[in-house]
Design a protein around this ligand. Sequence first.
Ligand SMILES: [Ca+2]
Length: 184
Amino acid sequence: MCRTLEGDLVTIHDEKKQMFVYDNLAAGKTLWIGLKRNDNDVFHWVDGTKLQYTNWIGGSTDNVNEKCGEMTEYGSHRGKWNDKYCSTSQPFICEIAILNFNNVFRKVPGKMLLGHVMNRLRVTRDVECVLHCQRYPGCKSINFVRGASGSKGHSLCELNRRTNGVLTQNLHTGELSCYYDVII
Ligand SMILES: [Ca+2]
């Protein structure tokens, strides 16, 4: 689920982050966090990093068959971690990097570039469209069109093979559109 949002399950590398996640997101609930047991029965984070800070109930995991990790609210174990069967269905906490993409992309609201589209994708936010462009070979600019796909909650991301160049006259009016091109 998290990966469809271009993120992943939350990772917790220190007590400060633990407290932030628990106090702001997890208090009163039991939720999946980004803990996974590997083939050597060692827990690591889903981003591949090792556990530095830990907060297991009783100081350690308690069942080698429980391959996933959660942040709990069991009894007095407020925010403590527990290993658990991955098949359990319960809420989870995602973590998504928010790019300051204005540093990389220039934004021109109400405009779009016609005639240079090489791919169209459904997205929910403009940052997703920027991320697609950053990973798509040859992508130079995007048209983000709010709610354009006809599906509720989805917008259209058009990846362009060219930029507008220096002439803003090349951009066409698109009331729901926002054009972004690469500055660097
Ligand atoms: Ca357990």
